[in-house]
Design a protein around this ligand. Structure first.
Ligand code: FE2
Length: 422
């Protein structure tokens, strides 16, 4: 081949390398290309395997091909070491090794004693390896000083020596292939990393899903516990039997009268749950206080007044009950700011808490307790009216009375007991 022909072959090879993405198939193409274009007995390629830091044969082409699977070259193999070491004469790396030259050095070594003993042994080892590999020429491929591979070339079929043009061609090819190999490796690593990342993301997603499921299960269990706590509170006090359902019904009626959006499922559930659970905090209050027949002492009141805070705390872990907890916390606030636990005023008190405050008070007045008879509905209305604007939100009081009367009117024109409406 002429110098021009090598140049053209090189350009064509470089173009192909850019297109090939699989490094192994690229190297196989190079081996085939060399054997065909230059006419060699064989062309083999070893490349660096980063994982194990050794050099392996990836392919061998030609009539005298090497059994590539059988051969591994460690980093301390004389051939690899030869190319890893810097050229003592030149500044950079060694760029090729001709068997014919190596023979000359070994013979000179024997005759002139120019080399030290270890160097002698090294050159002989090198010669033996090249002989075993039936190699006439070895050409390294570097990328940024890193030895990525070696072209191991057999003899030319015409038995001629390699020309300087041919050697330059192999050098250019080896270095171009190294760049392509490095790029392909980087691309593969990147793809691998991407794949690992995707896997990790998938795992993470699954874990999150699992956590979410566990959280939902926990919430459901806790929900059940809270509901049974609430039932227990009401079961403690005979007055409260029927209290829950009654307060709930009155509360819903009042909310409806105030155009509260009961069609909004979240709002409806929040209001219902709050009406149901507003006194759940009483679970921590001693029976001696809770069931006391006479008026409470100041100390006892202090304990009693803790129940909205305790209730909110019980509901705190239930994320879907966050609003419910807030309503429970403020169901004993007064409209004029004289209530507890925080003395909130007016609209600062959640509407649902203001509704609970009215229906709870109404229910307490009309219910028969162990220490007194329940009073008539009219008395309860007048008590609520008295408290409108101070203890209670006047709008809620009026809405409640209207709703109650409407319900009563629907039932019958005559007087109805509170139990029947409930
Ligand atoms: Fe309460």
């Amino acid at each position: 081949m002429t110098s021009q022909a090598y140049h053209e072959a090189l350009i064509s090879a470089a173009k192909t390398m850019v297109r090939v993405q699989n490094p192994r198939s690229l190297l196989k193409m190079i081996a085939r290309f060399i054997v065909q274009q230059v006419g060699l007995t064989h062309a083999s390629i070893v490349i660096h395997e980063a994982k194990r830091n050794r050099y392996i044969f990836v392919d061998s082409k030609g009539s005298e091909r090497i059994p590539t699977k059988l051969i591994r070259l460690d980093r301390n193999n004389p051939l690899i070491e030869w190319f890893l070491e810097k050229d003592p004469k030149g500044k950079g790396k060694k760029s090729f090794l001709l068997y014919s030259e190596l023979l000359k050095w070994v013979n000179a070594n024997h005759t002139n004693g120019r080399y030290k003993e270890d160097q002698k042994a090294h050159l002989v080892e090198l010669k033996n390896i090249m002989a075993t590999l039936k190699s006439s020429l070895c050409v390294p491929g570097f990328y940024k000083g890193e030895l990525l591979g070696v072209l191991i070339l057999g003899e030319k079929i015409d038995h001629e020596s390699f020309t300087p043009d041919e050697i330059s061609f192999f050098q250019a090819l080896a270095n171009d292939a190294s760049i392509a190999l490095k790029a392909a490796n980087l691309r593969e690593n990147l793809l691998q990393q991407n794949l690992e990342l995707e896997l990790k993301q998938k795992e993470l997603k699954e874990k999150l899903h699992e956590i979410e499921l566990m959280r939902t299960r926990e919430q459901a269990t806790y929900h059940q516990i809270v509901l049974s706590l609430a039932r227990e509170v009401y079961a403690k006090d005979p007055y409260t039997s029927g209290h829950l359902a009654h307060v709930e019904k009155l509360g819903i009626m009042t909310a409806q009268e105030m155009s509260y959006d009961l069609k909004d499922e979240r709002k409806r559930n929040t209001l219902t749950a709050a009406l149901h659970l507003h006194d759940v905090g009483k679970i921590g209050i001693p029976d001696a206080i809770l069931k006391k027949k006479g008026p409470l002492t100041d100390e006892e009141w202090k304990v009693m007044r803790q129940h909205p805070i305790r209730g909110a705390k019980i509901l705190e872990p239930l994320t879907e009950f966050r609003d419910v907890g807030k309503i429970v916390l403020h169901h004993h606030e007064n409209y004029d700011g004289t209530g507890y636990p925080y003395g909130l005023k007016g609209e600062d008190i959640p509407l649902e808490s203001r509704i609970i405050s009215v229906v709870d008070a109404f229910h307490a007045i009309v219910s028969t307790r162990c220490y007194r008879e329940g009073r008539p509905v009219e008395v309860a209305f007048s008590e609520l009216e008295k408290g409108a604007g101070t203890q209670f939100d006047a709008d809620v009081v009026h809405a409640f009375i209207r709703a109650y009367q409407k319900a009563e009117g629907k039932q019958s024109a005559g007087k109805r007991s509170i139990e029947r409406i409930a």
